[in-house]
Design a protein around this ligand. Structure first.
Ligand code: ASP
Length: 311
């Protein structure tokens, strides 16, 4: 049996409630991504291909904070992070601070396959991308008018309040929304996870969150589960959140849903951390948890109807 879950970020309710059309667009985007992964799993494809396909669709959708449409740094540009992991043999690929790639998850996959390294950042990662045949784009091509407007609003707020520590301080009281991720179990019982993001709005250039860090935002191990997180990355880095779920199952005997709810409903709130995660275990059970008002998410299991949810 196969199982697939995806997310499009967790965060606060928007100041202006979503219109029906916007909510529909989010659900449509989630369904497109879910279907891309599901089609592969149905045909006997592997979990790794399914999570890469689903995340690629979400990166291409400008509504989400990944690929084109990602949030901007304090200095008004896009810096992208992503990771992918194969639960079969713990191979992993990760990238950060990419400024010229449309689909960071595909570069992360290439690093995974290349196997010489796990994590490449910045210029070095982009040089590897060119050698591997990826096309580079202008940073401006990754910026949408909506994100430019959001950045301007943060800048204006900064000027009004005279906040000393930059837009990052303002961004931190607005939990981010729109990071994307996927976890899958395929027919062969293989697990995989992938996550991709522009990080937090107004972040300091050079900041790397949890998403591309193996064990923090992304992890997969066939013996337990595959996990992709979303929320304030600083906390997920500190709690090594994705691996924490795996470890609870492997060493603590937790079931997947108990491990997820312990982390999301107890440990993270105790620390003041907001966010959510998706996970799938080796039996194909899916668990999704969030302690934020919103988490864009969708899932499907073999023989069951696909579903999407926001609130
Ligand atoms: N976790 C991501 C980061 O901190 C942001 C998000 O999930 O929205 O970079």
């Amino acid at each position: 049996m196969y199982a697939l879950a995806i997310h499009g970020g967790a965060g606060a309710l928007p100041r202006v409630p979503f219109t029906a059309a916007r909510e529909h667009a989010y659900r449509h985007g989630l369904m497109q991504a879910l279907s891309a992964g599901q089609r592969l799993l149905e045909r006997g494809g592997c979990a790794l291909d399914a999570v890469e396909a689903a995340v690629t669709v979400l990166e291409d959708d400008p509504l989400f904070n990944a690929g084109r449409g990602a949030v901007l740094t304090a200095d008004g540009s896009v810096e992208l992070d992503a990771a992918i992991m194969d639960g079969c043999d713990l191979r992993a690929g990760a990238v950060a601070q990419l400024r010229h790639l449309r689909n960071p998850v595909q570069l992360a996959r290439r690093i995974l396959e290349d196997a010489a390294h796990v994590f490449l950042v910045g210029d070095g990662a982009e040089r590897f991308a060119v050698e591997a045949g990826f096309a580079l784009v202008d940073n401006g091509d990754l910026i949408t008018p909506d994100r430019r407007e959001q950045w301007q609003a943060l800048e204006d707020q900064l000027t009004r309040t005279g906040a000393a520590s930059g837009t990052q301080a303002l961004a931190l009281d607005q939990p981010p929304l729109g990071t994307v991720g996927a976890v899958a179990r395929d027919h062969g019982g293989r697990l995989a996870a992938a996550t991709s993001t522009g990080g937090t709005a107004g972040k300091r250039s050079g900041r790397i969150g949890d998403s591309p860090v193996i064990g923090a935002g992304t992890y997969a191990d066939n013996r337990s589960c595959a996990v992709s997180t979303t929320g304030h990355g600083e906390w997920f880095l500190r709690t090594v959140q994705a691996f924490d779920i795996v470890a609870r199952m492997r060493y603590g005997g937790y079931r997947l849903d108990a491990a997820v709810s312990e982390a999301i409903m107890r440990r993270l709130p105790d620390l003041g951390a907001a966010g959510g995660l998706i996970a799938v275990d080796h039996h194909g059970e899916i668990a999704i948890g969030h302690n934020t008002p919103i988490m864009f998410r969708a899932s499907v299991r073999e023989g069951e109807a696909a579903s999407t949810a926001i609130y």
